[in-house]
Design a protein around this ligand. Structure first.
Ligand code: G3P
Ligand code: CA
Length: 269
């Protein structure tokens, strides 16, 4: 009987814990990042933006409404107020999560500053730092913190920990950031790779281009690779087909909220 040949595995597909292990614990908190490490994922992604008094904090939305116990724009709230907020009471956790369940499970969680985050994980993680807002001082403020905590001398453009890769949906933030930190790998988050985006990315000297996982194709990835760009994806949300698509298309990795479940899926392909 002819033996069934299994397709060879893609050797290095990195599962990046998106906002930490955010399926299992409240996103962008130490609890979510610690859990990612405990589950064996030393690559994690986070979102940085500036408070009204110019401090870099880790919050995804432009408002505090969804993930804290107050409302209002991050950019219009001062650091003292943000440091007094709870960032875990909103999170109940799924039935099948790897974290703790119940509304009091993360009662101690708070919004980390970029400095607190970089100090805590220095030497332990590859951080995929997303410049989330369009605030003109965001790249420069982030650079000061990255320099202070020794993150600018680490691995970049790969998944080796400790390391640093910077990303943004905002091209002008990438322009500012790459001018300030030319030795750090930068990637452009976008929906779909096309000719114009490949040209803009290579002209700026980016090392990566990061399309939405549900839209990526093998052809787009081949074209990007030929242009010298690394492709990793985002936007998996709760879609297992999107994860399989990213993996099978030849991306080097993806952000995902549920990296431990994703690992099982990838290993079964
Ligand atoms: O991996 C990048 C991804 O985080 C971009 O989407 O909205 O979750 O920041 P978002
Ligand atoms: Ca993000």
């Amino acid at each position: 009987m002819p033996s069934k040949k299994k397709k060879s595995k893609q050797p290095d597909f990195t599962l990046i814990a998106h906002r930490g292990a955010s399926y299992d614990a409240p996103e962008n908190t130490f609890e979510a990042f610690d859990l990612a490490l405990a589950l064996g994922f030393d690559n994690f992604e986070t979102d940085v933006q500036l408070t009204s008094d110019g401090r870099a904090v880790l919050v995804h939305d432009d408002t505090l409404d969804r993930t804290t116990d107050t409302t209002g724009l991050v950019a219009e709230t001062g650091i003292a107020k943000i440091k007094s907020l709870n960032a875990g009471l909103w999170f109940e956790g799924p039935d099948d999560g790897a974290g703790v369940r119940g509304t009091m499970a993360y009662a101690e969680a708070f919004v980390p500053t970029l400095d607190e985050f970089l100090e805590r994980y220095a030497g332990n993680a590859h951080v995929h730092l997303e410049l989330k807002s369009t605030q003109p001082d965001l790249a420069a403020t982030s650079m000061k913190s990255l320099k202070q905590w020794g993150w600018l001398d680490q691995h970049t453009g790969d998944s080796v920990a400790p390391g640093l890769t910077i990303s943004s949906f905002h091209f002008e933030q990438l322009e500012r950031s790459i001018a300030l930190m030319p030795n750090i790998a930068h990637g452009w988050l976008l929906q779909k790779i096309d000719k114009a985006s490949l040209k803009a990315a290579t002209d700026l000297g980016l090392s990566g281009i990061y399309p939405n996982a549900s839209k990526v194709t093998k052809k787009q990835i081949d074209d990007a690779n030929k242009a010298g760009l690394v492709v990793r994806t985002w936007g998996i949300a709760d879609s297992k087909p999107a994860l399989r698509r990213a993996y099978r298309s030849g991306a080097v990795g993806t952000t995902v909220d549920w990296p431990s479940k994703a690992r099982v899926i990838i290993e079964s392909l």
